[in-house]
Design a protein around this ligand. Structure first.
Ligand SMILES: [Zn+2]
Ligand SMILES: [Zn+2]
Length: 238
């Protein structure tokens, strides 16, 4: 399993917004700018067939129109979107706003398959969805991929909640929200990550959605089992 951290920052930094590319074919979140980020990394956006959306904030799905439009013009029109059940309406509304004229033709060409299940398969991975707590934004999900004997999780945006504990307990790697120095009811902070590293020493925490001051502090603190990625970093899991 090859995971590329496409974005590791929060919206209000010069880093790309939190997003990940798995095996050059699956993405977790599709923030505004995602297609550009991928082009800059030399990736072919049309090769992506699976999009997992954690929740419907703009910095997690606003590049959907560009992705749909490109897919409709490419030879590979397969599109699978995994999200909460308002996904179809939200994504199509956004597409219509962005491209009102080719809108229907795009949808007729790509015939998006939306998947709202709690457990599903993406390529060879079994994926489980976790309901996390992201303040007033409901629902918000994390995802855990099962791969051989490994489990690799993505928390999405979340406060420190039970689902995060459940994910950390079973994962070898957890890509997690650490936007702030001190966690809030919407996002985790360094204090939450420290607690997680103590409780779950077998898990490596790859922090993401970082504000700049949080990144600086994390770099100073050098917490065991915490990985602070740069945009474009690749983690290979055997
Ligand atoms: Zn959010
Ligand atoms: Zn966010």
């Amino acid at each position: 399993m090859k995971i590329q951290v496409v974005g590791s920052g929060s919206m209000w930094t010069s880093y790309n917004s939190a997003s990940y590319l798995i095996d050059d074919n699956i993405i977790v979140d599709i923030p505004n700018g995602m297609c550009k980020y991928l082009y800059r990394l030399g990736k072919k956006v049309q090769n992506i067939n699976h999009v997992l959306i954690t929740h419907f904030h703009g910095d997690h799905y606003f590049d959907i129109p560009f992705y749909y439009l490109l897919k409709s013009k490419s030879n590979n029109t397969e599109v699978n979107v995994y999200c909460s059940k308002e996904g179809k309406r939200k994504c199509e509304k956004l597409l219509k706003l962005a491209f009102p004229n080719p809108y229907q033709e795009v949808l007729d060409t790509i015939k998006v398959k939306y998947n709202y299940k709690e457990n599903f398969k993406v390529n060879d991975y079994e994926v489980k969805k976790y309901l996390v707590d992201h303040g007033a934004m409901k629902p918000a999900f994390g995802y855990v991929f099962k791969f051989n004997n490994n489990k690799i999780g993505f928390t999405g945006d979340t406060s420190y909640c039970k689902a995060v504990n459940d994910m950390a307990k079973e994962c070898q790697y957890l890509f997690c929200d650490c936007m702030y120095i001190k966690g809030t009811n919407k996002h985790m902070g360094i204090n939450d990550i420290k607690e997680l590293t103590k409780k779950y020493p077998n898990c490596k925490f790859i922090v993401s959605h970082l504000d700049d001051e949080t990144r600086n502090r994390l770099n100073e603190e050098k917490i065991k089992n915490v990985i602070i990625p740069n945009d474009g970093d690749i983690i290979n899991i055997e």
